[in-house]
Design a protein around this ligand. Structure first.
Ligand SMILES: Cc1ncc(COP(=O)(O)O)c(C=O)c1O
Length: 475
């Protein structure tokens, strides 16, 4: 946008005003008098209203044709300019001491699409982070690491927490601590993020991909039973999209067959099965604190367990397999999977507000359901009795075959969306690990994740879905 091209003089005809507005992305013209003093601002909406009120393209404009408008004085800070702008007022003319138009400020509240995820950092995150920074304990020792490990383990209702650098290595560390590797099979769901399978493969074991339950979308216990062989050593149930797995059935199967259980709770902080938090069922449970997760440390993860032996072993492996009593004496070939105190400080602040964060995510989902349930092409993620599902990303299922048109239309109208995970067995890197997958495949191609952030612009979302609706109706 160019100041000169977007300025029209008082006394000009509506036709030349239209030229000033037309084809400028801002859709706005500034009106000045003969001495370049600003007298008004006309948007394309104002222009349409003038025509509706009987003016023609040849009508000339006088000072009385302009109402109130927002402007700023030269020298105002960018912060003040941002404060003056809002969703309706995006372009603000700037005048000098004499009121002459000298510049403009444009603030695009949403130059990008409404994002699917955005961390909520409105608590003490910055305070704790700067405290960690100023303490100079910026590496992997410091008070926030211990605090995060203790408070998160406590939150899950277990005894020990081992903070690590991300959720994928949390799974790998858990597998290594349980001595699962070469020649072992680990049963995992076909519908999960690839990290679950990758961790098993990096441990040297073989993932076995099984189908999901139709209602919870989580690993189906009866499919686990069918996949058990003499090589099976462990099950990794994934509480996918915030929904707890049937942990009673899974723990029963594990006990019957002598299998280890590692919960993959990367997407389900705070979820409960029969009033017991996820993370407290398996031998070890792993969480992710990636930036799009329910709570975050930027990158990060944690393993929680009730076993002191596993806790000690994970600590050893996390730190190069180095003896905790003898510096630089390595008992095993380990890893550097440590989290930094800086990351942990953010996590501590997040954890203080986790219930509020979960509540606000529930509200976001409820608003979507209220707003969009009138459309028969959408179905929502089930809520099951006996399980507290948490909202990681709002999940919707779209009528068969229409998912991709819906995603494209939403994106074209400023709303970002994500497809569900592809069923793992469909990807060449994982296809040889397929066991069963019918329901995972049906579901995966219908699912989308909608923006799950604070202050979602529901008016933009409603308008985008209205477009979707009319496209689907006219097909
Ligand atoms: C189910 C599941 N497992 C594991 C992970 C891995 O977590 P991270 O991204 O922190 O490595 C994720 C995260 O994206 C996930 O969704």
């Amino acid at each position: 946008m160019n100041l000169k091209e977007s300025t029209a003089q008082i006394g000009t005809s509506l036709r030349s005003l239209l030229e000033a507005i037309n084809n400028k992305p801002a859709g706005i013209a500034f009106i000045t008098d003969e001495s370049e003093k600003l007298c008004g601002v006309v948007t394309d909406g104002d222009f349409r209203r003038m025509l509706l009120n009987g003016k023609t393209l040849e009508t000339t404009l006088g000072k009385s044709d302009f109402g109130d408008y927002v402007f700023a004085k030269q020298g105002e800070s960018v912060q003040d300019l941002v404060k003056k702008s809002n969703k309706k007022v995006r372009t603000i003319p700037i005048v000098d001491d004499q009121g002459r138009l000298v510049d403009f400020f444009r603030y695009d509240h949403r130059v990008r699409m409404i994002p699917v995820a955005e961390p909520d950092l409105r608590g003490k995150e910055y305070e704790y982070l700067s405290d960690a920074f100023l303490s100079t304990w910026i590496s992997s020792a410091g008070k926030y690491i211990n605090q995060l490990e203790d408070t998160f383990a406590n939150y899950c209702g277990v005894d020990y927490g081992v903070a690590v650098s991300n959720g994928t290595v949390a799974l790998h560390l858990a597998l290594k601590a349980l001595k699962i590797g070469e020649g072992d099979e680990v049963i995992i769901p076909d519908l999960t993020f690839a990290a679950t399978a990758n961790a098993v493969l990096h441990a040297g074991a073989t993932p076995v991909l099984v189908d999901i339950e139709p209602d919870s979308w989580c690993i189906d216990p009866s499919e686990i039973e069918k996949a058990i062989t003499t090589k099976t050593k462990a099950i990794i149930p994934v509480h996918v999209y915030g929904q707890p797995c049937d942990m009673e059935a899974i723990m029963g199967i594990a006990a019957k067959h002598g299998l280890k259980v590692i919960e993959d709770a990367a997407e389900a902080h705070g979820a409960e099965f029969k009033s017991k938090r996820v993370g407290s069922f398996g031998d070890i449970a792993c969480f992710s604190f990636f930036g799009n997760k329910i709570i975050t440390t930027g990158e990060g993860g944690i393993c929680v367990t009730n076993s002191n032996e596993l806790n000690e072993r994970m600590r050893l492996l996390r730190d190069h397999g180095m003896s905790k009593d003898k510096k630089y004496w390595h008992e095993e070939v380990g890893y550097n999977y440590r989290m930094t105190n800086l990351q942990a400080s953010i996590g501590c602040a997040q954890l203080e507000r986790i219930e509020k964060i979960l509540e606000s995510r529930d509200e976001i989902e409820n608003t979507y359901v209220d707003l969009l349930s009138k459309y028969d092409f959408i179905e929502w993620q089930p809520k099951l009795t006996d399980r507290r599902r948490v909202v990681w990303l709002v999940c919707a299922l779209i009528k068969d075959g229409k998912r991709d048109i819906v995603m494209q239309t939403l994106r074209d109208n400023g709303v970002d969306v994500r497809p569900f995970f592809y069923p793992l067995h469909e990807m060449p890197v994982f296809e040889s690990y397929h066991h069963s997958s019918e329901r995972a495949t049906q579901l995966a191609y219908r699912g989308i994740n909608l923006p799950t952030i604070n202050n979602v612009e529901f008016d933009t979302i409603a308008a985008a879905f209205e477009k979707v609706n009319s496209i689907l109706k006219n097909e």
